[in-house]
Design a protein around this ligand. Structure first.
Ligand SMILES: Cc1ncc(COP(=O)(O)O)c(C=O)c1O
Length: 361
């Protein structure tokens, strides 16, 4: 098989060694006489996979003892609801940075549960920029402050996380977790669907500051309460065992490749190559994002007409560069360059972009 370079935003490319690891253990895992997806989630084999996955997340992300790692279902989307259901009681209010399409979804669900104030509203700038600390309007009494660390559709990314005083930050890190180191000090909770930097879809990583668990109301249905999962080491119900095992293999790969510092360097180099290609195209390609907040994960670009973009996408696909169509809500092009996208793939795309521009001016 000639593997394509897959620039899809999620589900997205995975390391070949991970796919082969899954293939090798598909019929029989760990000499158990059965595969892992047939084994009980209370079995010794699965227990080792489950705990190793949590251990690797903790090690690679430098999760401090103050925080607990949970593995949940429902995607990052369920977190849009679970966060306010657990932490936004009646009469309280939370802050939210409205940075684009994904923040809008978090905002929509939070508003159904309680009061939400916008600490930042990017709508006037068409969500092409993010605030500096002094541009944020933070309520010191807010129950929490929600931000989206990387807007997968718009291609904007927080470079430094703000100081919110005693107000815990809740962050949707779905599309840039495991791409750069950060400190957990400010975070009450972070969450991420797996299908970008962590593995296939089906599992959602939640990392919660343990004292936040005291705020979760007992009135919530069991699955929707973080306490339920924290008390049962994320084994309250049947976990998505295939996705968790795949994530374990991805995390072993991240570790073997050098961990977060290495992937931070790689992401900067890969995204810089694409932004340079755009900048040096004499206006053939444009990126609308404030240069201070350009994403290292999702590089968006446009051309002078939709017709040209269509041709670009179809010729790139034919050349083995897949998944470059922008999100259906915004159009244009988008190259998602998560950890498993090698520099070689980004170089091939940059080369293709230069040639396409030369031939279509
Ligand atoms: C930043 C961000 N948040 C949330 C989601 C929703 O994730 P899920 O599809 O896992 O519910 C996505 C999906 O792409 C995303 O990119």
């Amino acid at each position: 098989m000639a593997r394509k370079f897959n620039f899809s935003a999620g589900p997205s490319t995975l390391p070949l060694s991970v796919l082969q690891g899954l293939q090798n253990s598909m019929v029989e895992h760990d000499n158990a006489g059965m595969s892992l997806i047939e084994a009980s989630h209370r079995s010794k084999q699965y227990d080792a996979v489950h705990n190793r996955t949590i251990e690797l997340l903790g090690e690679l992300l430098s999760v401090p003892a103050t925080h607990q790692i949970l593995l949940l279902g429902g995607g990052a989307t369920l977190q849009f609801a679970m966060v306010p259901m657990n932490f936004l009681p009646q009469g309280a209010s939370c802050d939210l940075a409205h940075s684009g399409a994904w923040a809008k979804k978090a905002l929509g669900d939070a508003k159904k549960v309680g009061n939400v104030r916008l600490a930042f509203d990017g709508s006037a700038a068409d969500f092409m920029t993010l605030p500096l600390q002094e541009e944020l309007s933070l309520d010191p009494k807010a129950a929490y402050f929600h931000l989206t660390s990387n807007e997968t559709i718009g291609g904007v990314q927080w470079k430094e996380f703000p100081d919110s005083g005693d107000v815990p930050i809740v962050a949707d890190m779905s599309s840039d977790i495991m791409s750069r180191p950060f400190s957990f000090d400010k975070f009450g909770l972070i969450y991420a669907g797996a299908q970008k930097n962590l593995g296939p879809a089906g599992v959602t990583v939640v990392i919660i500051r343990k004292d936040m668990l005291d705020r979760c109301p007992d009135s919530l249905p069991a699955y929707l309460n973080y306490k339920t999962h924290a008390e049962s080491n994320s084994l309250y119900n049947t976990p998505p065992v295939f996705s968790i095992n795949a994530m374990r293999l991805v995390l072993e790969w991240v570790k073997a490749e050098g961990g977060l510092a290495e992937f931070d360097d790689r992401s900067r180099a890969k995204s810089a190559l694409l932004y340079d290609t755009i900048e040096h195209s004499d206006g053939f390609y444009t990126n609308p994002v404030d240069p201070r907040f350009r994403s290292t994960m999702n590089v968006v670009f446009r051309m002078s007409s939709e017709e040209l973009e269509k041709q670009f996408i179809s010729q790139a696909t034919a050349a083995g560069l897949d998944g470059l169509k922008g999100h259906r809500s915004v159009g244009g092009c988008r190259a998602s360059i998560y950890n498993a996208m090698p520099m070689e793939g980004v170089e091939a795309l940059a080369q293709f972009m230069r040639e396409f521009a030369k031939n279509n001016r």
